[in-house]
Design a protein around this ligand. Structure first.
Ligand code: MG
Length: 412
């Protein structure tokens, strides 16, 4: 089996609600759908989310680097030779999400060829992944209302609160009412996206010492080397490196340099292959990991879940879901079930043209539904939800699927 084309399709999905945080804001998912085609008729699909404020990539740069550099390098290669592919991709520096999307599309092809879901190709630990919800900057009352809605509607009880504003009291004034409103019924952790200095971070953490935060992520820049090391030494909870540790080498540097005591893994930037390396490296060094999200659409979110559920270490903590705009996620999602490769080949009709990663176990045609986790039922029973069945091959959604309300508002 040989790679015959690497297709890039830019798309834009306006979010129902923008996400604001210390390092930027996102109003529209202007991402790139990456499809790797093979001569065996199998097509792997993944999503590249450009984040210029984090990785320096744009939608246009992702399309350009794949079309001009990566595709000519990969034509004729076997999709199973992922390491050889990465050696070629790494001749070009940067472009993490473009490389990650190509990597995940290759895994998708291998999964189809082997007749196995990617989760089982990886380590096959579980079928479910608990998810957390990101609360972006907004007035405290609005953030509390959003958290209440998400908890009551989806049963999600872990919240990642974006902080990093100045003065830091603005964020304390969000976290404290959340804790007071929900008591011990929710898990709260904070993500500063490097918005504070090390000393501001230390003061903020001291002020929030009684709020039982479970993680502190990127409160100050990693480039403030000594300040951050001092902060991490005194931080009472695991200090997570996210955007400062996007490659295995950076993970080593951050952990051994004392700039972090936990690692965020995002398949959007390390694909499946290098996310594995980051995970094993973190395990070997004895630090916790948490699955992050690059505000991906359904495809990227499924990739995160597929990876996170594959390992015990990544399943321990709730993975960040895509944000306040994505209403289709339930508290835990069942993973895609194996679908025979022949049913995913281009050229077949209707639902059989869905890609492997998106071959949802619960298909609208069978009345299936991805049910929310009952673990949050003591607070408020999550509402069972129908899985958003996504057909990324050419035709979008069928009218029948839309009629069943299988799709989130933001997509339609
Ligand atoms: Mg983060």
């Amino acid at each position: 089996m040989k790679i015959t084309a690497v297709e890039t399709i830019p798309f834009a999905i306006p979010y129902r609600k923008p996400l604001n945080f210390a390092s930027g804001e996102v109003h529209t998912a202007e991402h790139v759908l990456v499809r790797v085609h093979t001569d065996a008729g199998l097509t792997g699909t993944a999503e590249a989310p450009p984040r210029p404020f984090t990785y320096g990539e744009t939608q246009q740069s992702i399309v350009a680097v794949i079309r001009q550099i990566f595709e000519p390098q990969l034509l004729g290669m076997a999709p199973t030779r992922r390491e050889a592919v990465h050696v070629k991709l790494n001749r070009t520096v940067g472009n993490p999400t473009a490389k990650a999307a190509v990597d995940m599309a290759l895994w998708d092809i291998v999964g189809q060829a082997a007749g196995l879901p990617v989760t089982e190709l990886l380590d096959g630990y579980g079928e479910f992944m608990a998810v957390s919800h990101m609360l972006g900057f907004a007035p405290p009352a609005e953030m509390a209302e959003e958290a209440q809605h998400v908890r009551d509607t989806y049963g999600i009880t872990t919240f990642k609160v974006k902080v990093g504003r100045r003065p830091y009291q603005l964020d304390v004034d969000v976290c404290r009412p959340l804790r007071e409103a929900f008591g011990d019924g929710v898990e709260l952790y904070v993500d500063g996206n490097r918005g504070w200095t090390a000393s501001e971070s230390a003061r903020a953490l001291r002020t929030m010492d009684d709020l039982d935060l479970t993680l502190a992520e990127e409160l100050c820049p990693a480039d403030d080397v000594l300040g951050r090391r001092r902060l991490v030494e005194r931080c009472p909870v695991p200090f997570v490196s996210d955007e400062s540790a996007t490659r295995p080498g950076e993970v080593t540097r951050e952990l051994l340099g004392g700039s972090a005591t936990a690692i965020s893994i995002k398949t959007a930037r390390t694909g499946f292959s290098h996310s594995q390396r980051v995970l094993f490296e973190s395990e070997g060094l004895g630090v916790e990991v948490v699955m992050g999200n690059q505000i991906d659409s359904q495809i990227g979110s499924l990739c995160s879940v597929a990876f996170g559920a594959a390992f015990e270490a990544t399943s321990r903590r709730a993975a960040t879901r895509s944000g306040p705009h994505h209403r289709s996620h339930s508290r835990r999602r069942r993973l895609p079930r194996h679908r025979h490769p022949s049913r995913s080949r281009p050229g077949t009709r209707g639902r059989d043209r869905r890609c492997h990663l998106e071959g949802m176990r619960h298909r609208a045609s069978r009345g299936g539904a991805a049910r929310g986790c009952r673990r949050g039922a003591q607070h408020s029973p999550p509402r069972p939800e129908r899985a958003a069945v996504l057909n990324v091959h050419n035709r979008g959604y069928s009218r029948a699927e839309k009629r069943r309300n299988a799709l989130p508002d933001w997509w339609q």
